[in-house]
Design a binder for this molecule. Sequence first.
Ligand code: ZN
Ligand code: ZN
Length: 308
Amino acid sequence: MRAVRNAPPGVEVVQIDEPEGDGELVRVASTGICASDLMYLQFGSTQIAGHEFAGRLEDGTAVAVEAIFGCGTCARCELGSYNLCERGPTALGMLDPGGMCEWFRAPRHALVPLPEGLDLMDASLVEPAAVAWHSCHLGGAGAATRVAVVGAGAIGILAAASAQTMGAPEVAVEARHPHQRDACARIGAATPDGGYDVVIETAGSESGLHRAVELARPGGTVVHVGVYGEIRWPHARAFAKEVALRPPLGYCGHDGGREFAEAAGMLAARPELPRMLITHRFPIEDAPEAFRVARDRSQGVFRVVVEP
Ligand SMILES: [Zn+2]
Ligand SMILES: [Zn+2]
């Protein structure tokens, strides 16, 4: 089968054997490219790319595939915290073979059937939506909270939409590029002023993290989705306001729910989100070009999707 392999600084389309072994066989339909995929290339990964993907089971069921899943049997997995699995969760596209390929095998507990109203070709967006949803959940976004988001890439817009869906009466987003400001206006997000209960940092930069702490109220929470290299940590500013800094890890289950399914439900209920956020689509043979387009955030790009 055809697959896209990390070949730093870019990717290459290769022929590999179809996956064997345990798990359900998924015919992959769409795979998104995320900033993390570009970071894995920087780290020198030569793994099969892709952690945001969806496809069809052999019986025809359309599913989105979790990129972070646990063993399914340890104490933490049983509690639903499979992102904190005792055996270490998977990291598709980095440590484990990813889903930018024609066929993928995943354990049944990593598959989430798509809700009515969410098209399979848009469902690679469920994974980043679940990351955004989890970050809002972890920060305590809800009906009585003011929420700000720093960074207006796909994850930032999805975090703002998640906070709105969770009932936050006021959601503001700090955006850099014109197409990002348009998207903020379309979902009804304001421009941040200050004093927020929950701030979600999605820019992934030192300045983004410092700005997030600045926007939080005393005693507020900053959830930093960004993965940073060596940066100056905003200790003094966080200390002075006793702001809690929380790094979210993927997504998980919780009492009576599963974030991956809840995020899929949000996308189904708000079809304007996939319409707005999937800006480019490429067939698998054009994956190297898809990665080139995904690198340039200033050119109206939210998510670039490869269709294997
Ligand atoms: Zn991602
Ligand atoms: Zn486990």
